[in-house]
Write a protein that binds this ligand. Structure first.
Ligand code: SF4
Length: 355
């Protein structure tokens, strides 16, 4: 079995060379000021790079500084966040910005330990800000970095364990060249995102570390990273909306391929939202909610995924001018017809009584 023998010479420098030649041009990368790195990392938490690209500059134009963010009106803030979803991220950013103004002279601290005291900034984000914006030696270990290391070392540790994340952070720090801390973290993430791809399809022939990769040498690259069995099933949180309008209920058809394809379901959102978030979302869809009531929570287990659902019963009082919902697959169906004629899978059993 291959022993761990990665060094700066054999791993860090070739990786940085590859990064210099191949890195994507990203707006926050071009001008990595602390505030810009922070905002981009929060946006990227639950949203794809391509989507974030189009919203990032717009947001920065609205709120060019931490002070601007701290004193923004909530409506303006949410409007600038529109399209990114998970509105609570925007609200939490503002909460943190207020603390930065009150306690840190409207600046993000340099050191990882200090950054960790700010709400919403965890080990990964603090490492990213400290290294990318301030050049401090700090590790930023996300799923990409874990995958790269587990494959490079053919390490079959369970990456869901905190101890494995910690060990990986130590490995990153041991290999990190002092003068290029931020670039090294970004190079690892970039390799994971562009070459050492997840779900068994790494592009090893394009990898600058191919000669050093234990998993590749053993022909086992698709076996890593390992995750503990009971967590193999993906857990997805969903908000389920039972939208009632006059004597009708809103349903939508699921896509023609994939899970529960072609069946009908209640509209939903990925993630668990608050009543307030749902009100804002519906308003944007052109639907005015008269009453939003939290109802059952439910869980449904499929073979590869588990849904954790929070239901809301919404009485719609009005369809407004802003009829975005008309571009959605929403259909307004008379309750009796919905009960009798539309195939609604048992995953929604807990909510069928509202039909
Ligand atoms: S050689 Fe393949 S498996 Fe190994 S680090 Fe590179 S892309 Fe990942």
């Amino acid at each position: 079995m291959e022993k761990e023998e990665l060094t700066k010479e054999t791993m860090a420098f070739p990786l940085l060379e590859w990064f210099d030649e191949n890195k994507r041009v990203l707006p926050w990368r071009e001008d990595p000021k602390p505030y810009r790195v922070w905002i981009s990392e929060i946006m990227l938490q639950q949203t794809r790079v391509e989507t974030v690209k189009s919203y990032f500059e717009r947001f920065m134009n609205h709120f060019p500084t931490i002070l601007d963010l701290a004193k923004a009106e909530e409506d303006e803030l949410l409007k600038a966040w529109e399209g990114l979803g998970y509105y609570s991220r925007a609200k939490n950013l503002q909460k943190a910005a207020k603390i930065l103004v009150e306690q840190y002279d409207a600046k993000l601290p340099m050191e990882q330990e200090e950054l960790l005291k700010i709400p919403g900034i965890g080990p990964y984000t603090s490492g990213a800000i400290s290294s990318i914006a301030y050049g401090r030696k700090a590790a930023a270990v996300d799923g990409n970095v874990l995958r790269v290391f587990m494959r490079l070392l053919a390490d079959d540790s369970d990456i869901l364990k905190e101890s494995v994340k910690k060990k990986t952070a130590e490995r990153v720090l041991a290999l990190m060249p002092e003068e290029r801390a931020g670039d090294f973290n970004q190079a690892l993430m970039e390799l994971g995102a562009m070459v050492c791809l997840p779900h068994g399809a790494p592009k090893c022939k394009e990898c600058p570390l191919m000669e050093r990769c234990a998993a590749r040498k053993q022909g086992r690259e698709e076996e890593f990273p390992k995750k503990s069995k009971n967590k193999l099933r993906k857990r997805v949180k969903r908000t389920i909306l039972i939208l009632s309008y006059q004597n009708q209920i809103v349903l939508q058809k699921r896509p023609d391929t994939g899970l529960l394809s072609g069946l009908y379901e209640f509209p939903g959102l990925e993630g668990i939202y608050t009543k307030e978030d749902i009100g804002i979302y519906l308003e944007q869809m052109g639907v005015r909610a008269e009453k939003i009531k939290k109802i059952e929570r439910a869980r449904h287990i499929f073979s590869h995924v588990e849904w954790y659902m929070q239901g809301y019963y919404v009485e719609i009082s009005k369809l407004t001018e802003n009829k975005v919902h008309e571009n959605m697959p929403w259909i307004f169906v008379e309750r009796k017809t919905a009960r009798e004629q539309y195939p609604i899978p048992s995953a929604f059993l807990a909510y069928k009584k509202y039909l």
